[in-house]
Design a protein around this ligand. Sequence first.
Ligand SMILES: Nc1ncnc2c1ncn2[C@@H]1O[C@H](COP(=O)(O)OP(=O)(O)O)[C@@H](O)[C@H]1O
Ligand SMILES: [Mg+2]
Length: 357
Amino acid sequence: MAIIEKLHILRFRNLDNQYLEPNTNINLFVGGNGQGKTSLIEALYYLSHNRSFKSKKIKDVVPFEKEFLQIEAAVDGVRVLLKKSKHKSTILFNQKKVSSNSKLAQLTPIQIISPDRGFVVGGPPKLKRSYLDWGVFHVKPELLKTYKSYNKALKNTNTLLTNNNTKQLEYWFDQIATLSVEISSARSDYIQKLKKTPVVPLKELIKDGNNFDFLLQSGWTKDTNHLDKEDIYEYLIKNRGSFGKLKHLNYGPHKATIDYYFNNQNEHSLSRGEQKKMSIFYWIIQVLLLVELNIKPIVLIDDISSELDQEKINFLLRFLTKLETQIFITDIGNKALPMDKKRASTYEINKGIIAKN
Ligand SMILES: Nc1ncnc2c1ncn2[C@@H]1O[C@H](COP(=O)(O)OP(=O)(O)O)[C@@H](O)[C@H]1O
Ligand SMILES: [Mg+2]
């Protein structure tokens, strides 16, 4: 169960030397536009991913005229330090160097809902893969190696296809086929787990009589069995010529996606509001599944009232309070949010200064 016990944002965007001892349940940050709400959410996300969901450039998140960003936290008793400049990234756990970002993600599993990150239902395949693989990673962390090997195999395959060098292609096709089956079967298993997650607590969101469904598209053509190595290998060999013309492999787990349906309607025919509601629904199912597996993710919600109407906010807050996960919410403060005072801390955020109420 992940709890951030202490948070010290030394430098991150407009946040300078801000120190918090967050509530183990709900933390609400209220502030006007441009005060630092998204920066705080982004800093927490950074603590788990060593990257931002808003910008790929490190320069954007390092405070203006400074050389590096630095965030420190105590998470489940581990002292984490993350310091990053354009040329160097340092992660320390209890003052010992940690070499991989995945250790951060494992220590601090973070689930985020933010307009800056986008919504999965009706969203781009890349975001859907990221949603899916976030879950796969937390359920089966050892698969990270497979993903890395697959990316390497894909890179080598694409280089050979670009250079028209077919000599080693069979070897790499074989690698792709093997690794691809591992990835696809882990993704299918995870989707099955998500489907079995009881959605009773979410009845208020999906009213009776409505139905929903989601399907994994493996990234291979419909007539290729994505769980059969031989079948994939044969498919690759047979279509070698067309991949050669394209100079890259345009099928495989790196092209996987999820198709969502609501009342048998395809996700793209839903209204923006429905897409948002369904995205929140899928996002909560994922949180529920991980809670069931005893991996309690920390939940981040940026700009809650701009994303949700009052009824859904009330539901979500009640629901998350009951789950007893740690939650960080930001809000502009126009509406009163129903908070259980015993389980919530509220803060004001003004020009990058965070003050507890
Ligand atoms: N790298 C940076 N260094 C310092 N300030 C920044 C940096 N990037 C953005 N800002 C400023 O931080 C402020 C807070 O932004 P943000 O957290 O997005 O506000 P909001 O409260 O509306 O979510 C803005 O005024 C923005 O201009
Ligand atoms: Mg914001």
